[in-house]
Design a binder for this molecule. Structure first.
Ligand code: H2U
Ligand code: ZN
Length: 351
């Protein structure tokens, strides 16, 4: 039996995330109340282009005593407080199924997106964002070539509400010996789908979404920005390629440019939604970098923003969500509609 479109826009239901096997409870009947769409004024602090107390600005000294160069594009350095260390001795518990631990090793880096302290991806030009993508490509290639690295996890935490300690535009890279749990789940599910259909899951998914249209937020000739059918966070989005690209090493120059354009559009729409510099955690999932073929893998970005109704009302994952499964009232389709309705143009105050 199929759940018709009308039912899933009005009646409580569960949606499956085919990438992870996890479900989200959707309760659209609770959205009966009219949409408020508040855009209360949030004190906007003007930031200097260079902050002498910022450890990421060019020429400044970091906590460990090392000075940043006077960089003028992107700048990458080894995290001074790395969560993973390259020289961890191998080992682990051998035969106790209740106390399982194994050594983990890796490399953690920080990527400054711009020398400008007061910019964000949304405020940067597409060409400058393209340089960030090129930096990710280079880092993924360099770290992925190591024998002791299988996973290169590229991500950005934005905004104090996401625990980001510094407004200077930057992201992180954690490269590790083992595939972490999220990409590991996606690996199993994409592998299984490919074995059964002979096509990558996410390529089929993108084609079906483009045909349906109601969860699409932005499209260019190489990438699609959408609110996934199984979105958990109110305004969760994904960037998906329109052809089979497994990882950063497979991006052609035109893909790089188009990915930068998609990143610009996604972040600008976020900022426009509640007229605030929108907080989120974002990151890319790509194939394991173990030198093997992963034909079922399609690289993609996830954007997980915590805001629910306004610049200050955030979603909490508590109660049933902690103990049962995540839940949302606003459907993915309604979220996509709101994101389409706002402009992807720069904010007037963007740098
Ligand atoms: P956030 O993206 O969560 O704000 O983290 C910034 C990173 O920068 C954080 O991982 C690192 C922290 O360890 N850092 C340095 O490597 N050197 C410094 O001087 C301060 C912060
Ligand atoms: Zn700075």
């Amino acid at each position: 039996m199929t759940l018709d479109h009308l039912a899933w826009t009005t009646a409580p239901h569960r949606r499956l995330n085919p990438l992870t096997g996890e479900r989200v409870l959707v309760s659209p009947h609770r959205m009966g109340r009219p949409w408020q769409g508040q855009t209360e004024a949030v004190a906007s602090t003007t930031m200097p282009a260079h902050d002498p107390s910022c450890y990421l600005c060019p020429g400044n000294t970091r906590v460990g005593g090392i000075a940043n160069p006077n960089y003028d594009g992107t700048f990458v350095f080894d995290n001074d407080f790395a969560a993973l260390l390259p020289d961890t001795p191998a080992g682990g518990t051998a035969d106790d199924e209740l106390f399982v631990a194994e050594a983990e090793s890796g490399v953690c880096r920080v990527v400054c997106f711009s020398p400008r302290h007061d910019l964000t991806l949304a405020g940067m030009s597409v060409d400058d964002i393209r340089r960030v993508v090129e930096t990710w490509i280079g880092q993924s290639a360099e770290l992925g070539a190591r024998d002791d690295v299988v996973s290169v996890q590229i991500f950005e935490n934005r905004g104090a509400v996401m625990g980001c300690s510094n407004p200077h535009p930057h992201g992180q890279i954690w490269a590790s010996r083992h595939l972490p749990d999220e990409p590991a789940k996606e690996d199993v599910r994409q592998r299984d789908y490919f074995a059964r259909h002979g096509r990558p899951m996410l390529l089929d998914y993108v084609e079906r979404e483009l045909a349906a249209g109601d969860r699409i937020v932005h499209v260019n000739d190489r990438f699609v920005v959408l609110v996934p059918f199984w979105a958990v966070w109110p305004f969760e989005k994904m960037i998906l390629p329109r052809r089979s690209i497994g990882g950063f090493d497979e991006l052609e120059p035109a893909d790089t440019q188009a990915l930068a354009e998609a990143l610009s559009a996604i972040t600008r729409r976020y900022d426009a939604l509640f007229r605030v510099s929108f907080p989120y955690s974002m990151g890319f999932h790509q194939k394991p970098l173990d030198g093997k073929d992963h034909p079922g893998w399609v690289m993609h970005a996830h954007f997980y923003p915590p805001l629910l109704r306004s610049a200050t009302v955030k979603k909490f994952m508590v109660g049933f969500e902690m103990l049962g499964s995540p839940q949302r009232d606003l459907t993915a389709e309604a979220a996509a509609e709101r994101l389409r309705a706002v402009s992807g143009e720069p904010r007037p105050d963007a740098g």
